[in-house]
Design a protein. Sequence first.
Length: 114
Amino acid sequence: MILADMYALGLIASFCINMGSLIIYRYLMGTKEVRQFNTSRFITLLIWIIFMSCFFFLASMKPHGTMMWATVTFFVLVAGLWVAKRRGPEVKEIEKADSEMSMVLYLAKPLILK
């Protein structure tokens, strides 16, 4: 039963996070890039408020599921950040890259030799 509560909280939390991100994007970036998928900002905000109220209702009614969801979310987030910091492919690629000055000198070499 507690596991089902945790799953329900995680599901509604993911909806809230996704809708919140959509609202932030839509209000900051507008709709110029997504003309064919244009929906009302007010309705999106209304749906987000409904999802948030459902999340807070479930969180208040199911404290054990909320604590289990929050604990698992915290540990997965910390582990993901730790792994990304240590094993991020960008770190290795950035270390292999040339510096800006060496690229400028390489590109300017044919001009200097003439």
